[in-house]
Design a protein around this ligand. Structure first.
Ligand code: ADP
Length: 454
């Protein structure tokens, strides 16, 4: 028999679990900074700090027409980007939804699908003939790849729920080119890039004060510019020490395996242990869009099991793993009505459950706790780069993209609030803003930069 606890008691308990104090955040920032340094020292570290072979920021003068293919966690996008120079551009794009089967099916088929979509995009939008020159293509592939050249990248491991066999350990650039040949797609793949690197370059093209880029979408990650002299693991390439190179941090892996630094709750542990990659991507699993709805759902499951919620109602729909999308949390947090009518709608329409006003207020408060924790952890990652690079005094802009950042109410404000908690008033010098489309525009600019280097 359930002991008598009020909803307010529950809320207090979860508040204690999900709240990060300024002091705790500073400890995380410190450990994070050390981890970033380690990744620059040698290969095979948990946070791999991948050199991208994107050499420095764009000049802003890059021009021309480029194709871009972006294999994200949720969608495949194909774009035609026209760069006009001086920070101006135009984009035409088509989106294709990826199915769960495609994410687990034979790897080469995934690239075949990308090539087929690109092929029909070119036919529909470009009207080019055999005589026309092939357009350069930037391929945005946002999974950790170790690179030896700009158009090469060996997949280290799948993230964000992907598991397609025979891709890990292979050069995805070569796999995609094989598919392009197979479907006779006329274009020249010139750059394989990560969405964070693309975002860094695209945001900097428009606002040169941008020094860091972050993605908060299905997964989470960041990129920034580092000098070769600070990347000991690249010494053998013999680059000039002051040569800039964009680093794809792959910071979602922070605190993986040993779990020493992040305050994981039992809900985070359940998510991790029942994922297809237990132990990995610890930071990402507490922040990203793929997981926040599931954290929320697991809390409700606990309350259902202990007999504190939905007594006498059929809760099977809510008991299905990943039944709660992070978008529901957004919806609940932005419900403007006193009665919380949106929350009523979400629960009755999607889960067939009736709710009291008191419960709905609790759900909204719980969403706030989970969303706020994600934003504060994100701020810790940003703060680690800021502190490492000494950007605090002069300040800098952080280009951010992804549905979580763009659509979750208050996500950016919560990051800014946390930066002040970490750094004091000076934290206000670090400002995030919605980034230019990195995986389209960024990959086009990088393709242009690559062309001019050759
Ligand atoms: P991707 O990272 O795959 O390129 P997105 O940036 O669109 O794509 O991120 C998709 C993720 O964002 C999904 O996990 C989804 O749950 C989450 N999401 C979608 N809409 C919203 C929303 N309105 N609020 C918060 N999260 C959302």
């Amino acid at each position: 028999h359930a002991e008598k606890k009020t909803i307010a008691d529950h809320l207090r308990k979860y508040e204690a679990l999900f709240t990060l104090s300024p002091q705790r955040m500073r400890m995380i920032v410190h450990a994070f900074e050390e981890t970033l340094d380690k990744g620059l020292q040698k290969d095979g570290e948990i946070v791999p700090m991948i050199p991208t072979f994107v050499f420095g920021y764009p000049s802003g003068k890059e021009t021309g027409e480029y194709l871009a293919v972006d294999l994200g966690g949720t969608n495949l996008r194909v774009c035609l980007v026209t760069l006009h120079g001086e920070g101006r551009f135009e984009v035409t794009q088509t989106k294709y939804r990826l199915t769960e089967e495609q994410k687990q099916d034979e790897g080469q088929k995934l690239f075949d699908f990308c090539a087929e979509c690109l092929g029909s995009f070119i036919t529909d939008n470009l009207g080019r003939t055999e005589k026309d020159e092939e357009l350069p293509l930037g391929f945005t592939f946002s999974y950790p790849c170790s690179q030896e050249r700009i158009e090469h990248g060996e997949l280290i491991r799948w993230t964000k729920g992907f598991g397609a066999p025979n891709v890990e350990g292979h050069d995805v650039g070569a796999m995609f080119e094989k598919s392009l040949k197979k479907f006779n797609v006329r274009c020249k793949m010139t750059a394989l890039i990560n969405d964070t690197t693309g975002t860094l370059i695209a945001s900097n093209y428009v606002d040169p004060n941008t020094k860091i880029a972050c993605i908060f979408g299905t997964g989470c990650n960041a990129a920034y510019m580092e000098q070769a002299g600070n990347i000991p693991k690249m010494d053998e390439l013999g680059l000039a020490p002051e040569q800039d190179m964009a680093i794809n941090c792959e910071w979602g892996a922070f605190d993986s395996f040993d779990h020493q630094h992040l305050p994981r709750t039992k809900f985070d542990i359940i998510i991790d242990e029942s994922s297809n990659k237990p132990g990995e991507q610890s930071f990402e699993k507490m922040i990203a869009g793929l997981y926040l709805g599931e954290v929320f759902r697991l809390v409700l499951t606990e309350l259902i099991e202990s007999g504190h919620m939905f007594l006498g109602q059929n809760t099977y729909k809510l008991e299905k793993a990943y039944a709660v999308d992070t978008a529901f949390l957004s919806l609940m947090e932005s419900d403007p009505t006193d009665e919380l009518l949106t929350v009523i709608g979400v629960f009755s329409y999607f889960f067939g459950l009736e709710t009291t006003l008191e419960e709905r207020v609790f759900f909204r408060d719980l969403a706030k706790l989970i969303g706020r924790r994600a934003a504060r952890l994100s701020a810790c990652g940003i703060a680690a780069i800021v502190s490492k690079k000494g950007y605090l005094e002069e300040g800098c802009a952080v280009g951010a993209d992804g549905s979580l950042y763009n659509k979750y109410p208050g996500f950016a404000d919560r990051i800014h609030e946390a930066l002040v908690d970490i750094f004091g008033e000076k934290g206000k010098n670090i400002v995030t803003h919605h980034a230019e489309d990195g995986s389209g525009v960024g990959s086009a600019i990088i393709a242009a930069m690559t062309k001019s280097r050759k």
